[in-house]
Structure formats: structure tokens, C-alpha cells
Ligand binder design. Sequence first.
Ligand code: CTP
Length: 429
Amino acid sequence: MDPVLWPDLKEKRILLAVSGGIAAYKAAELCRLLIRCGAHVQVVMTRAAREFVGEATFAALSGEQVATRLFDPQREASISHIELTDEADLLLLAPATANLLAQMAGGLASDLVTTLYLAFQGPVVVAPAMNVKMWAHVATQQNAAVLRERGHLFVGPAEGEMACGHVGAGRMSEPEDVLLAVGYALTPSCLKGRRVLITAGSTREPLDSVRFIANHSSGKMGFALAVEAAAQGAEVTLVAGPGALEAPAGVAFERVGTAEEMATRVLQNVAAVDVIVMAAAVADYRPLEVSPVKLKKEVWGDEPQVTLERTQDILQTLGERFGAGGGPVLVGFAAESAPDTASLDTLAREKLARKRCHLLVANDISRADAGFAGDSNRVVIYAPDGSREDVPLAGKRHIASRVLAQVVQLLEDRRLAAGGGRSPVRDRP
Ligand code: CTP
């Protein structure tokens, strides 16, 4: 996964409980990722976990002494075991063995990890790892169901070949997938119950069987929007052009090639979504004629002429249909090479009006630190009422959260205008 999609965990305190299993080595990588995302990590290990990975590994990675004993005279003098839970924003159990799940479900407090679990009142993320048959056993399934019922977020177990040679569900999910789940659990569910369609990346318009016209869009902005929307509880469909980024976990993913394919996928989904974010850099033109075979230089000649035709403008089509309301919230992007801020403003406001979208996110692609291929961006978000929000240079995941905050506001305004009662967003417990 591209680091641009990692959650921002600055100032988050995570209690990482490692239980015994071969997957404990994966928890070391997970710990490293959490730290890289800015989190403070306190590792707690069961006795069995220490059979697989030494405390020193986690102490070195987290920069903190690892807690292992329920009553450690040295630790109790400075911080009691219960205080560990008071400070934490999230409890992450990775890997969680069948035994640990059973103890959690039953409310046992037989060691430090299970005691902390009982004392902790915040969000809990569980990454189970065990033998295929142990995971499939009805007892484990019942325990997992009890824990899910309590609102704990399960990630995995993943399917694949296990250390014991069995194949099936039981492997601990990859550390990056667990990291995403941690981000989800720490993000307020502002888009819960909403269906969001996001487009990302460039499209490819073929000239012949091997050549195509495309642009430099990496798709990172659209992917960041998809992951952030999913973290906020939305049901997300991501329609992406060709590119290196893989489908993010927890998102319905569709790969397309041309602008026409993207238009088809988006327009097919219109009735089923509440929000459409057109972050893709859709080709505006495509070759009028496409050769089914590779064209030789003898055919092209020295100065080949290619006639282009316009592609369907998806956002404009949607704007004409739904700009006045009654359909999904429409968010457009504008990549402008503006000579100055005033011109960016004029170009963006003109595009917002012409495409009749409900929000337009403009960025100046002539700046080296913002735009198409990089990990950061600086944007201005325009609304039809004339308001604008300047989002200074930040990672694309942060930019995505600012764009979605405005979308949430628009959905809320619509709900209130329709005479809605208690807000599922603002009045949630
Ligand atoms: N867009 C689209 N379909 C297209 C082209 C663009 O839906 N065929 C969408 C993009 O996804 C983006 C917005 O329209 O959300 C702005 O695209 P852009 O190409 O920058 O704007 P244009 O209106 O084509 O203006 P110009 O290229 O002249 O700047």
C-alpha cells in the first residue's frame, strides 16, 4: 500500500497487545508502521508471545519499556497497569489467539492483556491469527461474534498458507491492513450509511493496440478520498483508471481503462449513491480512429496527424442532471496551471458554474509540491454560494478529510432542508 493512504495517527496513543503465535513477528512490523504514522505505542505482551518474539524487539521499535506482568513492582511505582488503559486512545490486539478471544468473550482477567482489555473503554481492534481449524471451530466463531457484537472491529484473519502448512482463513492480516483498520476505528463515522462513488487516476485513450494517450495523474488523491470515506463509515465504490495503486481494503474496487468505460461505470451507479467525487483526471479527448494492431512507422510516416474527438464530460453530464438538486452531491476537481492565485480563483469559479457541481476542489498543478503525482497537495474548495476554504499544503489523506468534511456538511444541510430530525452525524452517542 502506498504510504499516502496511511492514517494520520499523530497524538494517538495505542496499546498494542501481542499474544502468542507465530504471527507475533508481524506485530513488530505493525508496531513500526504505527510509529511511522505518528502514534505513541505501548506494547503489552502475553507470556506466550514472548516465546516467539523478544521484548527487546518491541522496546526498540516503540521506544517504550514493554509491559508483561500484571503486578510489576517496578512499573507499578511509576504507572499502574490500569493507568495504561486510561492513557490509551485505542486497544489493538494483534495477533489475537483463539485463547485470547475466548478469554475476552468470557470476561476473564487472568493476565495483563486480558485485565487491560476489561479495564479499557475505548475502541478495540482485533487481528486474529490461529490455525485454520481453530478459527473455523464453532467456539471461536461464537466468541468472535460476541466480540463483534460489542462493537470491536475485526480485521482478518486472512486466507492463505499457514505456518503449520494448512491453507484457509487463519493468518493474521497484513500489518498495513491492520493499520488501515486502526485508522478506521479512530475516525468519527460521519459518513455512516452513505454510499460514495469516487473516481481516481488517469484514463488511457488508445491510438493502436500498444499506444495510448494518458496523463500524469497517479490516482493518489482519489484513493486517499476512498480510504478516508471508508474510514468515516461510508460504503465506497472506487472506479480507477490504470495505475500502480492496489485496491484498498474495505472498498469496492473497479478498474477501468478509457474515459468511456469510466463514464459507463459512473452513470450506471448514479441512482445508488449519495455522493460522487470526480477526482479522476479523465481524458478530454481521444483518438477518433483506433487501430486494432500496432501501427508501423511506415504507416505513421514522419509527421503523423492524429485526429482527436471529445470524450463525454462525466461531471458535466451529472451536473446537468443533478446540479439543481434531487441527486447525489457532486464534487469536481480542477487541475489548473494558473499564473497567480486570482486567476486560479476565476478559473475555478467558472468551472464550478459550468459543470454545475456542488463543490469544486481546485489545485494549482504548476506548483512543485502540489498536484498530480505527489503525496501532498494544497487546494481550495469552492461552493456555489461563493464560499471557499483554503487547505494549506498537507498529505493527500488530510486533504481528503477536509473535502469530505464539506460533503458531510452538505448532506447535513440537505437532510435538515428536507425536514430531518436528529442527526445521525451530530447526535451520535
Ligand atoms: N471530468 C469528467 N469528464 C471528462 C473530463 C473531466 O468528468 N471527460 C471531470 C474531472 O474528473 C474533474 C473535472 O471534470 O472533476 C475537471 O476536469 P478538467 O479536465 O480539469 O476540466 P475541464 O472542464 O475539462 O477544463 P479544461 O481542461 O479546459 O481546464
